[in-house]
Design a protein around this ligand. Structure first.
Ligand code: AMP
Length: 414
């Protein structure tokens, strides 16, 4: 009987080389943009204490209530595969005393994240985000710079059909009065709300704006909107962010119903959506989280950041990046020359050429066929008299001195 055929776990996928090339272009483009703007790379562990996310992301969020991959380690600690990157980065900021560095600390990251969601196109249980954070400033300039970086990334990659939605949640204190008003509105229309929304009127009333239930949506259309209630410094901050985006030529639309699935956001929130994606249309988003560092045990430290989904960017791009092919394939006419071929191929690679040799013990004919399949531009054949160099596009072949092989091959590449 054949052995069991294993499959990648539900909601996960293999990144095969073809997809990996697209993802490498996305990540390289992002890394260059981050480097030019001074957002230094940071990497935090794939798992953290469960409590970090419960406190940071918020007990009443879908992420914490339903979507975390939580497990107990052999020491009885509760750990969770990270569902997002901001709480871990704030934990690292506090733990490593990064408040003592020049502020704001500007960081960027890319890596896998985990949420136990119902898989569909653009929504996975292991997905990958890249993101950036500026920690230690409440200036609207930081909001505008970060939004501008994500806009630039999507533009430079050529993601089509992108729109930016902008909102503000106000500061935590100022939001309190509004939330009471919103709860009163929800209670007054309780019968028309979805069960899930009704159960969370007290814990998380803002999420009602995000519901796809028709009855709830009708109630929310009439609900008071937070952006219309902003006052004082919150209103001034939001006005400044908008003015800076206008000045920078970043197009956006104010969305009074915009909310995000994490509790830590304050003031500015934003979302880049793409009309090429289906139901999961958000390609990236983020906002300000002025209370999070303090909540995780640090000094009061305002901050702002975003994350974008690498799979969603790739889906929206729907492109392929061609394999680069090889500069040279080193074939041997005589098996005795294999050790020499291995040494030579190492020299060629150290000289900066992409070079391969036969790893399967093929005869000469088989090696030439293989060189063609992997897209080698030239084939060097070590034979009894020395070497032959063949140009694979013209088919032209000529004898060369083994000692001159590197120079000759490099000449054929240029
Ligand atoms: P969030 O951390 O929820 O603010 O999400 C930021 C971005 O990550 C989203 O805009 C998506 O592009 C991406 N994302 C979030 N959850 C998933 C998921 N389950 N599968 C794929 N991408 C996701």
């Amino acid at each position: 009987m054949a052995g069991h055929r294993y499959q990648a776990p539900r909601g996960t996928f293999d990144v095969l080389p073809e997809a990996a090339r697209v993802r490498a272009r996305i990540q390289d483009t992002a890394a260059a943009i981050f480097a030019r703007a001074g957002y230094e790379p940071i990497a935090t562990p794939i798992f953290e204490d469960t409590e970090l996310f419960e406190r940071g992301v918020g007990h009443s969020t879908d992420i914490v209530r339903k979507e975390m991959f939580t497990f107990e380690d052999k020491g009885g600690r509760s750990l969770t595969l990270r569902p997002e990157g901001t709480a871990p980065i704030c934990r690292a900021y506090v733990e490593n005393g990064m408040h003592a560095l020049a502020q704001p600390v500007k960081l960027s990251y890319a890596g896998p994240f985990f949420r136990h969601e119902r898989p569909q196109a653009g929504r996975y249980r292991q997905f990958h985000q890249l993101g950036a954070e500026a920690i230690g400033t409440d200036s609207p300039l930081a909001d505008a710079e970060l939004i501008g970086l994500l806009a630039e990334l999507l533009a430079e990659l050529g993601v089509p059909g992108v729109e930016l939605r902008l909102g503000s949640l106000g500061s935590l204190d100022a939001r309190r009065a509004y939330l009471e008003e919103l709860k009163a509105h929800l209670r007054a229309h309780e019968d028309a709300l979805a069960k899930e929304v009704r159960e969370r009127i007290d814990a998380n009333p803002l999420r009602a704006f995000d519901s796809d239930d028709e009855g709830t949506q009708a109630v929310m259309a009439e609900a008071p909107k937070l952006v219309e209630r902003l006052e004082g410094e919150d209103a001034a901050h939001f006005a400044e962010v908008r003015a800076l985006l206008d000045a920078a030529g970043v197009a956006y639309e104010i969305d009074p119903t915009l909310v995000r699935g994490l509790d830590y956001y304050t003031r500015t929130i934003f979302s880049f959506v793409c009309d090429r994606l289906g139901a999961q249309s958000e390609i990236g988003g983020g906002g300000r989280y002025d209370g999070l560092v303090e909540q995780l045990g640090g000094k009061p430290t305002p901050a702002v950041g975003w994350a974008a989904g690498i799979e969603r960017i790739a889906l929206a791009l729907d492109e392929s990046v061609e394999a680069t092919g090889r500069d040279v394939f080193l074939a041997v006419a005589d098996p005795e020359r294999r050790p020499q071929a291995l040494t030579l191929v190492g020299e060629l690679r150290r000289a900066g050429l992409s070079a391969e040799l036969d790893l399967a013990g093929r005869g000469l004919k088989g090696q030439l066929k293989h060189a063609d399949r992997i897209g080698a531009r030239q084939v060097a054949i070590l034979d009894a008299d020395g070497a032959q160099l063949r140009d694979m596009s013209s088919g032209e072949q000529r004898p060369v001195e083994v000692g001159n092989l590197l120079e000759e091959i490099a000449g054929g590449v240029a």
